[in-house]
Design a protein around this ligand. Sequence first.
Ligand code: BTN
Length: 247
Amino acid sequence: MIGGRAIIRLDRVSSTMDIVDEYARAGAAEGLVVVAEEQSAGRGRTGRAWLAPPGSAILCSLLLRPTVPPDRLGALPLLLGVAVAEAIEAVADVTCQLKWPNDVLIERLKVAGILVQSRLKPRGIDFAIAGIGINVSTAAAALPPGATSIAIQTENAVSRETLLTELLGRIDQQYAQFIATDGRPSLDPWRRRAAMIGERVTVLQEQGELEGVFNGVDEVGRLLLDLGAGEKRALIHGELLRGPRST
Ligand code: BTN
C-alpha cells in the first residue's frame, strides 16, 4: 500500500484536487485520498468542468510523491486508467476500453476520467495528484453527450464503497510497478485495452489538428501517430477523435 492509507471523506468540496493540493503543500504523506460526495467546481482535462449529481459518482483525488524523473510522469495517467478499468470490471459485468490518454470507456462511451496534476521541485517531483471521477449510478439525463455510467451499462447494483476499495488496491499495484521500473513500466496492459489502435484518427491540439493512423503509445505514454508519407509524430497532449474529422 502507498505509504499507509489515510482516507478523508467529505460531503461537498470545490474540487477534491484543491483539498489534496492543500494537504500536499502542507507536507502530507503519499497515499492520502480525499473522497467527496459532491463537487461545486469539479474539473477535467483542458479546463473542462466535471459534473456529477451528489452521491452518484466516485469523486476522489490521491496524493503521490513519485521518486522517478519528472519526464517519466507521462506513463502514470495510463497506468491509472488500467487501474480504473480493472476495478470497474471487478464489480460490474462490463468490459472497459481506454482512450488515450486516460479516458475509460464502456461501449465507446466515457464512464470515467482521470486528471493528473503535478508540482515539481528543483530536482524531481514534489508531488502528483491523481484525480479520478467514475460515473457509478448517474442517470442518463444528468450526463453530458458521449458519457455513460456503470448503472446504465449493467444490471449489477454497484456499491461505491466496494468500487473504491477495488480501485485503491489496483492503483497500489500499478503504482508499485511505476516506481519499481523508475517510471518505465510495461504499458502493454494499457495497449491491450486501447480504443482505436490501428485506426485513422484525428488529434486535436492547441496548435491545430493532426490526422493519421493511431499506432499506439511509446514507453512513456506518448501517442504515436503515422501521418503518412513516412512522417510520424509522438504526441504528449491532445484529444483523440475517431476517424478523419471531414467525414
Ligand atoms: C477528465 O476526463 O477530463 C478528467 C476528469 C477528472 C474528474 C475528477 S473527479 C475527482 C477529481 N476532482 C476534480 O475536480 N477532478 C477529478
